[in-house]
Design a protein around this ligand. Structure first.
Ligand SMILES: O=C(O)CCC(=O)C(=O)O
Ligand SMILES: [Fe+2]
Length: 260
């Protein structure tokens, strides 16, 4: 507990309490997303903004076209098929090995209390860091005009901390139905309507300091282009259900510009 009291706003978010864990678990099972506002203490948020801005010029910016399942578009298949629609993602990423060992993010990420909270909320038996030195904790920067195109994540769950929201644009849009990964089901008609904006998605504006958990593999989402010169900055905390997992070399090359 001691190690986290300067990081987490424990009064608002008693992550050591069974009752609180149960409440959060109910909420995410019901809505597929859980947003805990002011999760980080003010002091911690200030530290992380400082760290993020200090590391910003070391970010690697990727720009790629991909499908909503994060594959390369297959030109031989009809582009009317929503699973072959091409979207653009461009954002900057600072990998884990550039963070200070003493960064509050490292303390939070490794904390058993925080991991127990995540396991309880997300119904997971165990969670482990990535074995490679780049993928476990990442700062993400969305500069003016940058975005993250519509996609389903490869990982079943996503954990993010908002560090700085943009003044305009950079909104998180999502739909929480239309795919059931376990049963290999995708509602293409519905998804096509979302891509064509015949049906509008849900939108949330997440404020700095919030912890956001969502089931990204069943959950189509995107970040709209940032319109302000103030970048949108967020951290992804990436865990695995199996020990010893490495992010593929291809993905590391794409997101970090190097493999180690
Ligand atoms: O930037 C965000 O809020 C979401 C990030 C995301 O969806 C991803 O990295 O897969
Ligand atoms: Fe995602």
């Amino acid at each position: 507990m001691n190690d986290l009291k300067e990081i987490v706003n424990i009064e608002n978010h008693p992550i050591n309490s069974k009752v609180y864990i149960k409440k959060c678990n109910h909420e995410i099972q019901k809505n597929s997303i859980l947003i805990l506002k002011n999760f980080l203490s003010n002091e911690c948020l200030e530290d992380l903004i400082y760290e993020a801005l200090k590391l910003e010029d070391q970010a690697f910016y990727c720009s790629q076209n991909h499908t909503i399942l994060l594959n390369k578009p297959d030109k031989s298949i009809n582009s009317n098929d929503p699973l072959n629609a091409e979207v653009v993602s461009d954002k900057g990423c600072v990998p884990h090995d550039l963070l200070n060992q003493n960064s509050k993010l490292n303390i939070l990420y490794k904390s058993s209390l925080f991991k127990n909270f995540l396991k309880g909320v997300l119904n997971l038996d165990n969670i482990y860091p990535y074995r490679d030195s780049l993928s476990s904790i990442n700062y993400n920067y969305y500069q003016k005009s940058q975005q993250l195109g519509w996609h389903f994540d490869n990982a079943s769950f996503a954990i993010t901390l908002m560090i700085q929201s943009s003044d305009s644009g950079g909104e998180f849009e999502y739909i929480n139905k239309g795919r059931d990964y376990t049963n290999n089901y995708i509602d293409k008609t519905f998804i096509k309507k979302i891509l064509d904006r015949k049906i509008l998605p849900e939108t949330i504006n997440v404020d700095a300091g919030a912890l956001v958990l969502f089931y990204g593999r069943n959950y189509l989402h995107r970040v709209t282009p940032v319109l302000s010169t103030k970048p949108r900055i967020l951290v992804t905390l990436n865990y695995n259900e199996e020990e010893g997992t490495m992010l593929s070399e291809n993905a590391r090359k794409t997101f970090f510009g190097r493999i180690n």
